[in-house]
Design a protein around this ligand. Structure first.
Ligand code: SF4
Length: 337
């Protein structure tokens, strides 16, 4: 999974939160929000990360930027000189410096913008924090950034409440672009928006990707959005990646039964075709007390005895695709074309 075009590489990444109980808040267990994740993002691509809410997608995205400190594992980022940097090994100052290159676009454009700051202050903040610009140069740069995301420089002195949800998300994107990053984690970046506005923001992200040579980790629970924007997709279940594949491969024929169930729940835009939704029995596994073997076995319609005791590793099952299922490739699973 490693090549010269890789911009982010993650190996064995885990984030466990302590589970505390009782009067003295004693630690009684660990919640495995992210569990032994291995993935790569290539330069110029969009890697879509999909799964039900609570599966660890957002925690994983934040761990990559060390906005949340991982418990274990390695994160490598290829900087502008082409050198791979060990992100987990960085001290405070070096981490601050590399954060210029790795930025986050937040989910909720209403909550993520400070209502007491003007657009100029919001978008200019990273430029000031990183000592990139000030004074007239700062104003000039901020104006160029808001125009890059399709807003007018006339709006610089307005406050967030004066904008629609889509415009606010454009402001959030301008802020993320202020330091000229190479890699963006977009965490449910369009989930809070109406469908028509979602399409505009997705198109903007694509346009920016081409123009500015950006790479994205795009996190969403919405398979339609993931399909629209992603070059490759990773499917997460209870903190683990269970399948990665090129988008068209995954939608044509998934190799993991959980991916098949997710795809079957996606609405089909053709009224003549009848959707055959796979309804999974049982509850999503508890990440504080996951089952032995394959975490998906209590709900998997294809489970056999081995699944109850042996955890399937994420193994290569084809050209550019990986799956964590003992029977990946053997099972004839249904796609969503
Ligand atoms: Fe289902 Fe077994 Fe594959 Fe897990 S390993 S997804 S339980 S068939």
């Amino acid at each position: 999974m490693r090549d010269a075009e890789t911009i982010v590489r993650v190996d064995g990444l885990s984030k466990h939160f302590p589970v505390r109980r009782g009067l003295f808040k004693r630690t009684v267990g660990r919640l495995k929000a992210v569990d032994d994740v291995r993935l790569t993002v290539r330069r110029g691509e969009t890697f879509g990360l999909v799964g039900e809410s609570g599966c660890g997608k957002s925690t994983l995205g934040r761990c990559l930027l060390r906005a949340i400190e991982p418990t274990d594992g390695a994160i490598w980022f290829r900087d502008r000189t082409g050198k791979e940097v060990d992100v987990r090994g960085l001290g405070k100052r070096e981490l601050r410096a590399i954060r210029r290159d790795m930025q986050l676009v937040f989910q909720d454009p209403y909550a993520s913008l400070n209502p007491r700051m003007t657009v100029a202050e919001i978008v200019g903040e990273p430029l000031v924090c990183h000592g990139i610009a000030r004074g007239g140069e700062l104003r000039r740069r901020v104006a160029a950034l808001v125009e890059t995301v399709g807003l007018s420089a006339r709006h610089l002195d307005r406050y967030p409440h004066a904008f629609s949800g889509g415009q606010r998300q454009r402001i959030g994107i301008a802020r993320a672009l202020a330091t000229d990053p190479a890699f963006l984690v977009c965490d449910e970046a369009v989930s809070a928006l109406d469908v028509s506005v979602q399409a505009q923001i997705l198109n903007l992200l694509r346009e920016l990707q081409e123009r500015l040579e950006l790479s994205y980790l795009f996190i969403s629970h919405d398979l339609g959005v993931i399909r629209h924007i992603s070059d490759r997709v990773g499917v997460m279940y209870v903190g683990r990646i269970v399948e990665t594949a090129r988008t068209e491969q995954l939608f044509a024929r998934p190799y993991h039964p959980y991916a098949e169930a997710l795809l079957s729940a996606k609405p089909i835009p053709d009224p003549r075709r009848k959707a055959e939704r796979i309804v999974l029995s049982g509850e999503v596994a508890n990440p504080a007390n996951p089952p032995a073997g394959c975490y998906f076995h209590p709900r998997c319609p294809y489970a056999r005895d081995v699944c109850k005791t042996a955890a399937p590793p994420l193994k290569q099952v084809g050209d550019d695709r990986f799956a964590a299922c003992h029977f990946a490739g053997e099972l004839q699973l249904r796609g969503a074309l």
